[in-house]
Design a protein around this ligand. Structure first.
Ligand code: SF4
Length: 259
């Protein structure tokens, strides 16, 4: 599927005033990049993509496998203009660039970076957990596909993210993605110690009722995670086959990722 077919008309949702952007420390500076994967076949469905990992995230999920990207370092991260030049040399070899993190929408320079990628003729993918719904709504017209992380049921968010307002922001972002018509995958990283199976089913039902068409469950993987209790508690056969069948029936496409 081409980037063109993945994009559809965008109607920007109105967001409550209290969901205004958290201030970025980036101003007009270039994108703060903490990592680059030059080729990936698994970060944008059906596309070969480069993945740009943007520094910074306001949330602190215990299962995070990129905790080194949570803080925005004072030292010089990877140079965005150099990365852009590298991406230009890959035109014809890759289809798209995915901005991931961290939480890429934290960076005020993301829109300009997306425009630069589009100017190369490449598609734009975005991985987000929705911490900044107003900026996300502004970015969606520049995005061909979004992978939207949903941590858990919206009344349980703080237990995962450690941040009280995170549910409100995530819900507004989820609604913005759905209202935009941009191609999407919603996904939830699950661990048996954090997500009882009945809670996973309740979340899947809620997302389906909201209009989510494409959903994935990603079973926790210990790589990068610094939480010892999560690392040492096995996932075994979780999630069970009956749950997976019931979740799968709710969506147009459903994917289970075990690593
Ligand atoms: S939202 Fe994503 S990047 Fe931020 S702490 Fe949670 S898992 Fe890590």
């Amino acid at each position: 599927m081409s980037a063109a077919t993945l994009t559809s008309a965008v109607a920007r949702p109105a967001l409550p005033a209290e969901l205004a952007l958290a201030p970025s420390d980036n101003g007009a500076k270039p994108l703060k990049v903490g990592g680059l994967t030059p080729f990936s076949a698994s970060d944008y469905p059906g596309k070969l993509a480069a993945v740009v990992f943007v520094q910074g995230c306001p949330w602190r999920c215990g299962y995070c496998h990129n905790p080194h990207l949570q803080s925005r370092s004072a030292d010089r991260p990877l140079d965005w203009p150099q990365i852009l030049a590298r991406l230009q040399r890959r035109v014809g070899l890759i289809d798209a660039v995915v901005f991931s993190g961290g939480e890429p929408t934290m960076d005020a320079a993301l829109a300009d970076a997306m425009r630069a990628v589009r100017a190369l003729g490449l598609g734009v993918g975005l991985h987000t957990a929705g911490a900044y719904p107003r900026r996300l709504a502004e970015l969606l017209p520049l995005v061909d596909w979004v992978g939207m992380d949903v941590k858990t049921s919206f009344d349980q968010y703080e237990a995962i993210t450690g941040i009280r307002a995170s549910a409100r922001h995530a819900l507004a972002s989820a609604e913005a993605v759905l209202a935009s018509g941009v191609a999407h995958e919603f996904r939830t990283t699950v661990h048996p110690a954090l997500h009882a199976e009945h809670e996973v089913l309740a979340l899947a039902n809620a997302l389906s009722a909201m209009g989510v068409r494409h959903y994935a469950l990603q079973v926790f993987r210990p790589t990068g995670c610094t939480d010892r209790s999560l690392q040492t508690s096995p996932c075994g056969a979780y999630p069970g086959a009956e749950l997976l069948a019931r979740v799968s029936a709710l969506f147009e496409t459903f994917t289970l990722r075990r690593e």
